[in-house]
Write a protein that binds this ligand. Structure first.
Ligand code: 1CP
Length: 342
């Protein structure tokens, strides 16, 4: 039985047998690639995201180099906040800036419910172009930020160390926080569904900062809305992967979201994850992206260890434990994929 990349990704998501482990990398389209940096020169990041020709080219760059099983669309989790009327800009070295901050009723009420086809038509167009280039042999991964992570950017106005304003609202104004999260989920569901209509085969929800919450807070405050988001996304027919960075302590709660796949970071021992989730979900992960800064023979050995550690999982997609880092040597990425793809 030989599967193509798309069949392999979908089979692993559904915990069906595969010929070998499917593989891709979070943040694979971007800064560690010289061909990306050449295109980036003199352009604004969001202008590139909104130019389908450019975004499709960047999405396909890592596929041409490494031949992994899935392409993740070049976009950003801050595209929906921009479509909801906030001003989002990226300044090199400083991370994103979101204005105005959303900290009271008025700010939540002023958010726009957007129609994804008209407000984010560029994204559908990018997905269509990627399909044209890579054909039906590989999977396309569409994505969005999770409500907590997206809300944190809107409340803090950018990146944050401790999510102080976000957690202050969550605990001090639970009604307002719930309204904001509800508005986000209302908008993220059609946004994800649109990506599948345009050609995405799987969807990933990035909860990059969800690990900052206790399991009981995640369960009582976020879980109901995460379930609604996952069910809404799955209504498109595509499987849903949920990545919570630093979410080892949340695994039992995350299974309850109904996601098809849980993406785990490098801190979580695979055997623990497998025993905790049982056969309820497939797993994705979890090579430490810093391993890629070691010599190629170490990369090969550590990659093999990850593959072996997940051998008993009901389904496994090989990936890093979080996004690939900007200065990663290309030779390491080659060594890693040589080991997984054969
Ligand atoms: O060239 C540049 O300087 C822009 C850098 C860049 C890139 C390449 C940003 C700014 N976003 C992206 C693309 C991106 N972002 C993708 C594209 C597809 C791919 O995976 O290759 C994806 C999936 C994201 C998702 C994203 N954006 C996340 C979640 C990912 C994770 O690893 O947890 C987050 C937190 C963001 C916010 C963001 N976008 C960019 C920056 C600098 C940040 C801030 C990160 C922070 O707050 O520390």
């Amino acid at each position: 039985m030989e599967l193509n990349g798309k069949e392999r990704m979908l089979a692993a998501c559904r915990r069906e047998p595969v010929d070998r482990r499917p593989a891709w990398m979070m943040r694979q389209a971007g800064r560690y690639l010289p061909e990306y940096r050449a295109l980036r020169e003199g352009r604004e990041f969001l202008d590139m995201v909104r130019a389908p020709e450019v975004a499709a080219e960047i999405t396909c760059q890592p596929i041409r180099r490494f031949g992994m099983d899935a392409a993740v669309i070049f976009s950003d989790i801050l595209v929906p906040p921009a479509a909801m009327g906030l001003d989002v800009s990226f300044h090199s070295g400083r991370g994103p800036v979101i204005e105005p901050v959303v900290r009271n009723e008025g700010a939540v009420d002023r958010l726009i419910d957007f129609d994804p086809e008209s407000a984010c038509g560029f994204l559908g167009d990018t997905i269509g172009r990627v399909r044209e280039e890579i054909g039906d042999e590989r999977a396309i991964v569409g994505f969005c930020g999770a409500p907590f992570t997206t809300a944190s950017y809107m409340i803090e106005g950018g990146s944050s160390r401790d999510y102080l304003n976000t957690k202050a609202m969550l605990h001090g104004r639970p009604d307002l926080f719930a309204r904001l999260v509800g508005r986000l989920v209302d908008n993220l569901i059609p946004y994800l569904q649109m990506q599948v209509r345009a050609g995405a085969d799987c969807l990933q929800i990035f909860d990059s900062w969800g690990g900052a919450l206790s399991a009981s807070t995640y369960e009582s405050v976020l879980l109901p809305e995460m379930k609604r988001l996952v069910v809404g996304a799955q209504a498109s027919g595509a499987p849903v992967i949920l990545f919570v960075n630093g979410g080892t302590h949340l695994l039992d709660v995350l299974v309850e979201t109904g996601a098809d796949v849980l993406s785990i970071d490098w801190r979580t021992p695979p055997a623990d994850a497998i025993s905790r989730v049982g056969d309820r979900v497939a797993l994705q992960g979890n090579l430490d992206p810093c391993v890629l800064f070691a010599p190629p023979d170490v990369v090969t050995r550590e990659t093999r260890r990850v593959l072996e550690a997940f051998a008993g999982a009901p389904g496994h997609i090989f990936n890093l434990g979080s996004g690939i880092l900007p200065k990663t040597p290309i030779e390491s990425v080659e060594a890693m994929f040589r080991e997984v793809l054969g």
